[in-house]
Design a protein around this ligand. Structure first.
Ligand code: HEM
Length: 482
């Protein structure tokens, strides 16, 4: 028995070594240089380390060519962090396609036809073109941002009057981001700030939990087992899809709102004939859901990590206050006024660089390709590693310091365009980038004219599963005395 156990213990690393060698012999330069690899066990090691630290650590160790290889469990994966290599990756969407999860996951059931998920490149091109126009006019969304930010701040003030001045950061920013999307996407008040549980919000939150269930991605077949959990899951997805169909039906009967919601823009181009460029009902459901998945937790995290940074770096906060007092004063927050908030935008950029809200994004090689001078075999899974790029010493010098000034005109002048990619880059660049940036500017312009914010847990950042601040982190808010 002991001999058998010893043989197995010896065989595992040997087999792992052979597997690693067999894989790595494909990733070569024409002169025979092999691509550096973090090795087969880096993934398992990574399970014990915070993912963000692992990403930058491995890149610094193995990324001298702008690319390195690692294994995600048994899956061969290429990490891309060099600006020139990222440019090549992101500018060639037909060669490097977005990764599609297994067709049986809840994620796919709901999102398979959304921009960014669909595998049909021609359909994506047509749909992106149609949707670009409804996102280019950010100005029409300003009243919606303002309404929901004011609403949340009024609720804080009411609670302060009753003696409460501590609030969970990520929860509060999550409420604002969700209510803004509810109105902008389909003109409905989801009432998160009131803690109201509209039917729609309830089914959205339930489905969101299932969308990112790790077991669903790793073992999608588990979902077909006749368990109670699976019965609830099936019912939730069915309710969600039914709810979405109702919303579409009501919106069609009511006609477009003024200003038109994102759903109105989709409905304007609704067409069940897939030979044309419009959206089928299924594609509308996927895209509307996609706006929430892409825009809710991301903006909420950016705001939560921004609040964290404001509290951690009081000298930066003071500069924001001075700019906002000087530029905004008592003026209405129009597009022109928000556009003048240059330091605030530098602060938003630095928050999104330092804490890289979406740290990595998947692609795969549709055909044999080349990156960093290395051969990349067809079918290789690829990770665009934005966290690594955002912490590359060659670009940033002191990447772990928080310094908004690095985004000043002078300091940005000679920087590679693909070294700062909070919203990715190339043809798939985030559709909601301007939407989110102006929502964030509006948030700080209103917050700092009205409140003082502080936190006492800023020595070390703690994340939740979505990469935002951990739930238990609280901020203390008091009215600002001018
Ligand atoms: C701080 C907030 C946000 C961040 C950090 C963020 C980041 C990203 C990133 C990294 C991508 C991947 C692009 C690629 O495949 O290369 C993306 C795609 C996308 N985002 Fe955002 N996003 C944010 C907010 C939003 C908002 C508010 C919306 C909509 C209301 C939105 C809608 C989308 C859509 C539709 C795509 C897919 C684009 C395509 O493939 O054509 N995002 N976003």
């Amino acid at each position: 028995m002991i001999v058998l156990i010893a043989a197995i213990l010896l065989a595992i690393p040997l087999l792992a070594y052979v597997f690693q060698e067999m894989t790595m012999r494909h990733f070569k330069r024409p002169d025979g240089t092999r691509m550096p690899t973090a090795g087969l066990f880096a993934f398992f090691k990574g399970l014990f380390i915070k993912l963000n630290n692992l990403d930058t650590g491995n890149y610094r160790k193995y990324g001298k060519y702008g690319v390195f290889h690692n294994f995600l469990g048994p899956v061969s994966n290429l990490e891309v962090g060099g600006p020139e290599e990222l440019k090549k990756l992101l500018m060639n969407p037909t060669k490097f396609r977005g990764l599609s999860p297994s067709s049986t996951t809840v994620f796919n059931e709901i999102l398979q036809n959304a921009l960014g998920i669909t595998q049909d490149h021609d359909r994506w091109t047509a749909h992106r073109k149609l949707l670009n126009s409804s996102f280019t006019n950010t100005e029409k969304f300003l009243p919606c941002f303002e309404r929901h930010i004011d609403h949340c701040f009024d609720a804080w003030e009411a609670k302060m009057k009753k003696g409460q001045n501590k609030f969970q950061v990520a929860e509060e920013t999550g409420k604002i981001a969700l209510d803004v999307l509810g109105e902008a996407v389909f003109g409905q008040d989801l009432k998160s700030v009131e803690g109201g549980n509209s039917e729609l919000r309830y089914s959205y939150e339930k489905v969101m939990v299932y969308l990112f269930e790790p077991t669903d991605f790793i073992f999608p077949w588990l979902k077909s087992l006749p368990t109670k959990h699976n019965a609830i899951l099936k019912e939730s997805v069915a309710n969600y899809l039914k709810g979405m169909k109702n919303i579409i039906k009501e919106a069609r009967e009511k006609g477009p709102s003024n200003p038109p919601t994102m759903l109105d823009s989709l409905l304007e181009n609704m067409d069940e004939d897939t030979m044309n460029d419009g959206f089928t009902e299924r594609e509308i459901i996927s895209n509307v859901s996609g706006f929430f998945v892409a825009g809710h937790e991301t903006t909420a995290s950016a705001l939560a990590l921004g609040l964290f940074s404001l509290c951690k770096y009081p000298e930066v906060r003071q500069k924001l206050i001075e700019e906002i007092d000087e530029v905004v004063g008592d003026k209405p927050l129009t597009m022109e006024v928000l556009s003048e908030l240059k330091y605030t935008q530098m602060f938003i950029n630095e928050t999104q660089r330092r804490y890289s809200i979406i740290g990595t994004f998947p692609r795969f090689a549709v055909e044999d390709a080349e990156l960093g001078g290395f051969h990349i075999p067809k079918g290789t899974m690829i990770t665009a590693n934005f966290t690594a790029t955002h912490h590359d010493e060659k670009t940033w010098g002191d990447p772990f310091n928080f310094r908004p000034e690095r985004f000043s005109k002078e300091e940005s002048k000679n920087r590679h365009r693909f070294s700062f990619l909070p919203f990715s880059g190339g043809p798939h660049i985030c559709l909601g980038m301007q939407f989110s940036l102006y929502e964030q500017r509006m948030f700080y312009a209103k917050l700092l004219r009205r409140f003082n914010v502080s936190m006492n847990q800023t020595d070390k950042i703690e994340y939740n599963n979505f990469g935002s601040l951990a739930k238990h982190i609280q901020m203390e808010i008091t009215p600002r005395v001018k």
